[in-house]
Design a protein around this ligand. Structure first.
Ligand code: NAD
Ligand code: MG
Length: 389
């Protein structure tokens, strides 16, 4: 039996992971499940899977979680320390499915104990790629990509020599506003941005898809995970989202990964790697699909992509600054304090301010990453009135 822990079990990625594990109950022993305020769902999952412990990130939810787990034999715990403690419990495979930089430390803890980390939490790589990959190397642990584009690149690279890779293309659906005129975009609401044409995901990543901040994070994620030079990484709008990524080699050949819009493919690939097992996803019918389209992304429409290039060029703690500013800009947009297009203005303003003092260099330490994260959040809050006037 493989021991499995799922961070962010109640989210979109967490639920898809549980769906797969539930189909083969005898193969897995569930160690820890973690979630947020939805303790009813967390308790139901923990009972159903017979987890050792269920952890809510919020201390004020502990009583509710305890009540919901009464008589089940599942331990209840709450708060950040409990979350990190759950990650130290021996596990073979850990899903990193928390959203935001809050997922970084739990991922590090899991790697330190030698677990394989299935990484959906792209923010970990954006804010501390060097630290995360070094922690894995030092512990002899593995990080496997779960973001669909990165799983696609990983699969296309199977058996290939990295020195023969010429370019990597990650695709983007274009999000909810792909066909909206630019002037209308300025007035787009959070509810409009939170509907995705192809994928069913958490609210935050869905809005990030509409603004292309998601693709911006993914460009950096590609650079950090595979060590590919920024100039060799491209983003391409592909409205059908059937090709998830393509890898071009020095001989001009290109390997494209094609699959349905269902995260259970990428999650299942990471769960079964290095094997492949049957997965309950749709089988594509190409005659029905008929055609696939590709459009170059417009950087005036999507300034996030340009900012990602600046971040990769700057290195150091620029990623942590970028990600934290983006997380706060998104909070402010959801709260109605700034407009849709102002999210990138705010992030750019934070990057500009911090870059004056430099983004640091040398070996990355967790304390420095967390401090850069806090500074960027505080700066973003401070700059909101300047952006809105
Ligand atoms: P979600 O909002 O649906 O779920 C997030 C989970 O994290 C929930 O269980 C929530 O309780 C927990 N959480 C949130 N904030 C937390 C905090 N501060 N501390 C501890 N736990 C916290 O998000 P999602 O769409 O499942 O995305 C999860 C991660 O996977 C994100 O990094 C996202 O970018 C990435 N991802 C998601 C998809 C997708 O299809 N949903 C695809 C690719 C990558
Ligand atoms: Mg993705």
């Amino acid at each position: 039996m493989r021991r499995v822990t799922i961070y962010g079990a109640t989210g979109s990625i967490g639920c898809s992971t549980i769906d797969l594990i539930s189909r083969d109950r005898d193969a897995y022993q569930v160690v820890a499940l973690t979630g947020g305020r939805n303790v009813a769902l967390l308790a139901e999952q923990a009972r159903r899977l017979g987890a050792e412990v269920a952890v809510t990130a919020h201390e004020d939810c502990l009583t509710d979680l305890r009540d919901a787990l009464a008589g089940s034999g599942v331990e209840a715990a709450a708060g950040r320390t409990a979350l990190l403690e759950a990650g130290t419990r021996p596990a073979d495979w850990v899903m990193s499915g928390i959203v935001g930089s809050a997922g970084l430390e739990p991922g590090l803890v899991a790697l330190e104990q030698g677990a394989t980390l299935a990484l959906a939490n792209k923010e970990s790589l954006v804010c501390a790629g060097e630290l995360l990959m070094r922690t894995a190397r030092n512990a002899g642990a593995r990080v496997l990509p779960v973001d669909s584009e990165h799983s696609a690149v990983f699969q296309a690279l199977n058996g290939e020599d990295m020195s023969r890779v010429e370019r990597v293309i990650i695709t983007a659906s274009g999000g909810a506003f792909r066909d909206w005129p630019l002037d209308k975009l300025a007035r787009a609401t959070p509810a409009e941005a939170a509907t995705h044409p192809n994928w069913d995901m958490g609210q935050r990543i869905t809005i990030d898809s509409a603004s292309m901040f998601n693709k911006a994070l993914e460009l950096i994620e590609t650079h950090e995970f595979f060590g590919i030079e920024p100039k060799r990484i491209e983003a391409l709008v592909h409205p059908e989202s059937l090709i998830h990524a393509m890898v071009g080699f020095v001989d001009g050949g290109i390997m494209a990964h094609v699959g349905p819009h269902d995260m259970r493919h990428a999650i299942g690939y990471a769960l079964n790697w290095p094997d492949r097992q049957a997965l309950p996803v749709e089988r594509l019918d190409f005659a029905k699909i008929g055609q696939m389209n590709f459009i170059a992304p417009d950087e005036t429409r999507y300034p996030a992509l340009r900012l990602a290039r600046d971040v990769m060029a700057a290195g150091g703690l620029a990623g942590a600054t970028f990600n934290a500013a983006k997380e706060r800009a998104l909070d402010h947009f959801i709260a109605g304090r700034i407009g849709f297009l102002q999210m990138s203005e705010l992030v750019e303003a934070v990057l500009e301010k911090v870059s004056a003092e430099g983004f640091g260099s040398g070996e990355m330490r967790l304390d420095d990453v967390m401090s850069a994260d806090r500074t960027a959040r505080a700066l973003a809050d401070e700059l909101v009135p300047k952006i809105t006037t």
